[in-house]
Ligand binder design. Structure first.
Ligand code: ADP
Ligand code: MG
Length: 425
């Protein structure tokens, strides 16, 4: 069954206490040993926030923290899920009838998305059942993509259990889909600091509103430039169709859009459609009751952030003597744009960024969706230990409540390994 799945790396369990522990828990839960393990790393986005869904490239780095799943294919067509963290409840369902409840962001739904994705991709008629035990070390809802790691890991487990292979993409870039390695300059470390404010994307509407604001800005910009606005979905499409630079797009935004919020009435008037058409054809289900949208500042953020990503990549490839300074400046500008233009920061993130800069970071910014979650800071290697000590004291130890139970809220990252499947040697 599992024999000819994706290449699996043999590992010695005795040298891996976390795996050993997971194996023991698995045995006491299911009465037999796992047949294989899969892991998928979290990631930290170094720059390029909220622009992926607008069609622009982003710059993430895999981190060491991951989602690890021990699994065993079984004869019954049932998938059973358990978690080493008891706040994530056990779950089981038939593999032939996967129902994903979109209204409740429960953890097993993320697993089921990965499972269903693979089932559908291969058109599996007779998918195998499996027992799974999950152990995660990525702080959840902190912008380090614990949810994506969980979906990917579930996909890997399903692949292996069903004896299928899929070539592994390294990093996702959009239109066209491609990956480029970026060599970061030496002399600095990236430090992740969790604001300890959780923001569950599936449970709030901030995120969906931003996505819609970008779409509406796309429509208005397209209409004003005589493009077929009904077909245009992303800010990147406007740039491509017009064949202009990001700088020129910023000028167009200044000319076409205004800073004050747009009412739904004004948007309808600009597009020449009725309120009913706006609600039925453009606005998504979950934001039907929002009545004003900010288009100017969202579009400004997206085009300027997209330009910063390109600049970041260029500096990394040219590696001038002051590369760290230049990259740090881009990270700082990115944070300001997130805070002022995209309004996806929060007072705790802003405070944390200020503290990080005060204690020697060359650049610091929120990372991930925002409204909570983590910051990422670039810190000269020789200042790292003092930096960690000072930030810990200023942010985490002034408020006893915050520090409690948060041992992994501040850490320097090494680039992590990619997703993989492995078996006991
Ligand atoms: P993130 O930025 O970390 O991806 P999301 O809000 O998108 O934040 O996803 C967080 C959700 O992912 C959690 O609410 C939970 O359902 C799921 N999740 C994350 N880590 C784990 C874990 N270790 N075990 C089970 N579910 C997890
Ligand atoms: Mg997520």
């Amino acid at each position: 069954m599992a024999g000819d799945g994706p290449a699996a790396l043999p590992v010695q369990l005795v040298e891996q206490p976390r795996l050993q522990k997971l194996k023991e828990m698995f045995i006491s839960k299911y009465g037999s040993a796992p047949k294989f393990y899969a892991r998928a790393p979290g990631r930290v986005n170094l720059i390029g926030e909220h622009i992926d869904y607008c069609g622009y490239a982003v710059l993430p780095m895999a981190i060491e923290q991951d989602i690890l799943i021990a699994a065993e294919p079984v004869q019954t067509q049932v998938v059973q899920l358990a978690n080493t963290n008891s706040s994530y409840l056990d779950f089981s369902t038939s593999v032939n009838n996967i129902q994903i409840n979109k209204t409740k962001p429960q953890w097993h739904n993320y697993f089921l998305c990965g499972l269903k994705g693979i089932q559908e991709h291969f058109g599996l008629n007779n998918p195998t059942g499996m027992n799974c035990l999950l152990d995660g070390t990525i702080p959840p809802s902190s912008g380090l993509s614990s949810s994506s790691a969980l979906v990917c890991c579930a996909g890997l487990v399903t692949l292996r259990a069903n004896g299928k292979t899929l070539s592994k993409a390294k990093l996702i870039e959009f239109n066209p889909l491609r990956a480029t390695d970026v060599r970061l300059p030496s002399g600095a470390a990236f430090v992740i600091a969790n604001s300890c404010v959780e923001m569950n994307k599936a449970a709030t509407s901030h995120y969906n509103i931003r996505v819609m604001e970008c779409r509406l800005a796309t429509k208005l910009l397209s209409k004003s430039k005589g493009l077929d606005w009904k077909k245009m979905l992303r800010l990147h499409d406007v740039q491509t169709k017009l064949g202009v630079s990001l700088e020129e797009m910023l000028t167009i935004v200044e000319e076409v859009l205004h800073p004050e919020p747009y009412s739904t009435e004004e948007i309808c008037k600009c597009l020449g459609i009725s309120l009913e058409e706006l609600h039925s054809q453009i606005l998504s289900q979950n934001i039907q009751d929002v009545s004003t949208f900010k288009l100017y500042q969202r579009a400004k953020h997206v085009y300027s952030e997209a330009a910063r990503v390109l600049e970041f990549q260029k500096i990394c490839s040219k590696a001038p003597a002051n590369a760290l300074q230049l990259l740090g400046e881009l990270m700082n500008q990115s944070h300001i744009s997130c805070r002022e233009m995209y309004e996806c920061s929060c007072p705790e993130l802003d405070r944390l960024v200020d503290i990080c800069l005060q204690f020697g970071a060359i650049g610091s910014r929120l990372t991930g969706a925002g409204w909570g979650g983590c910051t990422v800071s670039m810190v000269p290697t020789d200042k790292l230990s003092m930096f960690l000590k000072n930030v810990k004291k200023s942010y985490y130890q002034t408020d006893g409540q915050r520090l409690a139970g948060e041992n992994n809220s501040l850490f320097a990252t090494k680039p992590g390994r990619g997703a993989l499947v492995f078996v006991e040697a």
